[in-house]
Design a binder for this molecule. Structure first.
Ligand code: AMP
Length: 338
């Protein structure tokens, strides 16, 4: 049986790194954290990294890549990794990369993402190509906006123009139907080794000021001219009605099957479908993340769902390490790299 001690698990110290590194250690791997200068303290204090490499900025990743290659490090991508490096640079990574690099282009490009999700027969919010066609509430999403920052709502063409001017932002953006319902983020894990799809956990986000606006009366909201914004600050764990689980499982499966049509090798590892559920229990999927999401962080000690299946606290980070470990032991490492 191949020996896992020849390999190290490595990630950028941000986003879900604590969970990824802790999970890797629990599965018996040595770990490396790539830290931005000044942020090392927190990673040292939790004792999750056997080695810390410090960079002035994450974009300098390529300056230390040789060292990672020598260490036989397997990089685990996450949201910050994708946003700091971008999918084009990620494709040129020489170190071993967990998951399919090519799928990142499909989650990063709104047109491609939509094509993929529609092909998977998911229900999506309507997109307005022309602002003059706005005939109900819409959410304006700027490309490259991080964590919902700068999003706003409009209800008609006039409000759209007013608020675009008010924001002073001329960047490209999507105008998407605003669905009144509850947000639900489903965290999946798909292993190519076992062809099994697991629902790991669920969260909703804690967004400022959307999650605090209800604390003041509608009159005060109007008087102070408050606009809703969606800046992410944290994640809140959830469980769903059990009767929703079969449909959520089927949605995940469809996304995997459809990914194979667009990208060689398809989607594998952790991913997340981000949806709003309306009062008729209709799902509107507005985004896919084709890697671990920060919404899994409340479950470092496992979730109610992973507890059903595993005898140990199984976070998504640990599940990744388990996948890698199994691949090494079965001599199938190339099935989890891409
Ligand atoms: P995103 O950055 O796309 O994950 O969106 C940030 C937040 O905006 C989400 O967590 C939701 O609360 C909200 N949101 C995004 N799209 C929609 C939509 N189509 N309808 C209602 N709320 C949305």
């Amino acid at each position: 049986m191949a020996d896992i001690s020849k390999y190290k698990i490595c990630t950028l110290a941000s986003h879900s790194a604590l969970q990824i590194l802790k999970g890797a250690k629990d599965e018996g791997f040595e770990t490396i954290a790539i830290c931005q200068k000044g942020r090392e303290g927190i990673y040292e204090s939790y004792n999750v990294a056997d080695k810390i490499i410090t960079l002035d900025k994450f974009e300098d990743y390529f300056k230390i890549e040789e060292e990672l290659v020598k260490d036989n490090a397997i990089i685990i991508p996450h949201g910050s990794f994708v946003s700091y490096l971008g999918h084009e640079k990620i494709e040129s990574i020489k170190a071993m990369h967990y998951g399919n690099k090519k799928i990142i282009e499909w989650e990063s490009d709104r047109e491609k993402e939509r094509k993929w999700l529609l092909d998977a027969k998911l229900n999506l919010p309507k997109i307005y190509k022309d602002p003059e066609e706005i005939d109900g509430p819409v959410i304006i999403k700027f490309h490259g906006a991080q964590g919902g920052k700068g999003y706003f709502i409009a209800n008609n063409p006039q409000e759209y123009h007013e608020r675009i001017n008010e924001s002073g932002n001329n960047d490209e953006h999507a105008i998407q139907e605003y669905i009144v319902g509850v947000p639900l983020y489903t965290h999946y894990f798909y292993s190519r080794l076992t062809d099994e799809l697991e629902i790991m956990s669920f969260d909703k986000r804690y967004e400022s000021n959307a999650d605090s606006i209800g604390r003041i009366s509608a009159k005060d909201q109007l008087d102070t001219n408050i606009r809703t914004s969606y800046t992410i600050t944290g994640n809140i764990p959830l469980v769903v009605r059990e009767s929703l689980l079969p449909i959520l499982h089927e949605m995940g499966r469809n996304v995997i099957e459809s990914s194979k049509k667009f990208v060689d090798g398809g989607l594998f590892g952790p991913f997340c479908l981000e949806a709003i559920i309306d009062p008729n229990l209709q799902f509107f999927v507005f985004e896919i993340s084709a890697r671990i999401v920060a919404g899994t962080n409340p479950f470092i000690n496992g979730s109610p769902y992973t507890w059903l299946k595993y005898d140990v606290p199984m976070s998504t980070g640990r599940r990744i390490a388990l996948d890698i470990k199994q691949a090494i032991q079965e001599d199938k490492l190339d099935m989890v790299l891409g």
